[in-house]
Write a new protein. Sequence first.
Length: 199
Amino acid sequence: MPSSRSLVAGGYSTIELVFVVGLIMTISTVSIPNMLTGLDDHNAAAAARYLATRLQRARMEAVVRSRAVAVRFNQSSGGRYVFAVYVDGNHNGVTAHDIGQGIDQIIAPAESIDDAFPGIEFGALPGLPPVEPGGVPPGNDSIRLGTSDSATFTPSGTSTSGSVYLRSRAAQYVVRIFGETGKTRVLRFNPRTRHWEPL
């Protein structure tokens, strides 16, 4: 019977190698999807934080300029959303008419969230519950900011209230805007508990 020393010197048997390779493949099969899901969730969280920061920057622009500033969301014919920032040019708020006439000027170029965060889009997973108890679920409306699809910030720091939903393949987030303060809050939907949780 060979000693343990000769086994080490002689290498591993074929059965041992097959077992080790099989074990590595099994662990990889389990861990790689979990790792990809984690990266997907991280990317969606970063996109939601970025949008919240852009909204807060618009709020500061309104205070500094002493004029209303709006982040407007527009949907293309292909269903892709872009957003841009406009400043009020005639003290009546930011309106589509004044933008068309060149009165309300663009101060930050239009961008899409998937330009910086590939795989992330404005949207809501089917069957999402309301963010607030007794509220309205998003349904197919991922930009819940009223009929104008705009978040308008005033020189006093207040804003329109609403929610903007972002999603990836596996993760769902919402950026909430609170009108009285103009501040934002990012929440993540937990599919296990079916509750919205602060990020």
